[in-house]
Design a protein around this ligand. Structure first.
Ligand SMILES: [Mg+2]
Length: 136
């Protein structure tokens, strides 16, 4: 049996890991190990990672370009589109995790802090059902 570290992904393992049983820390460690094993740390500057994150986001957006709002909601009903969109979303998450690793930012802390600011900026009573708001 080949040995592997606890956070190394093996074929089929992704089927066992879900959002409900996997922590952000585990995902960050998987990303950190993937990068380290390939000696890619030297390329993972914050500049390169931020640019890569934007590029992967654009690749995700391409799937929704030129389709109607309703069609965009139905796109993932097609299994091949669902897989392709999921892979782009995974790329976005990968670079988000890599950037957080590179900058030593705690994602849970900064996400919750930002959501707290958003909640103060957009109180439910004055924001509910309204899209005419400034960008958070
Ligand atoms: Mg991609």
């Amino acid at each position: 049996m080949p040995s592997s570290s606890p956070n190394q992904l093996n074929p089929g393992q992704s089927a066992q890991k879900t959002d409900t049983n996997t922590t952000l820390a585990e995902l960050r460690q998987i990303m950190r190990q993937f990068v380290h094993e390939r000696d890619w740390d030297q390329f993972h500057s914050p500049k390169n990672l931020a640019m890569s994150l934007a590029i992967e986001t654009a690749e995700l957006m391409e799937h929704f370009q030129w389709v109607t709002v309703e069609a965009s909601r139905q796109l993932t009903a097609d299994p091949s589109k669902r897989e392709a969109i999921g892979e782009e979303l995974a790329d976005v998450l990968s670079y988000t995790l890599a950037l957080a690793n590179s900058l030593d930012l705690d994602l849970a802390t900064i996400f919750l802090d930002k959501m707290s600011k958003n909640a103060r900026k957009y109180p439910v009573e004055s924001s509910r059902g309204k899209s005419d708001r400034p960008t958070p």
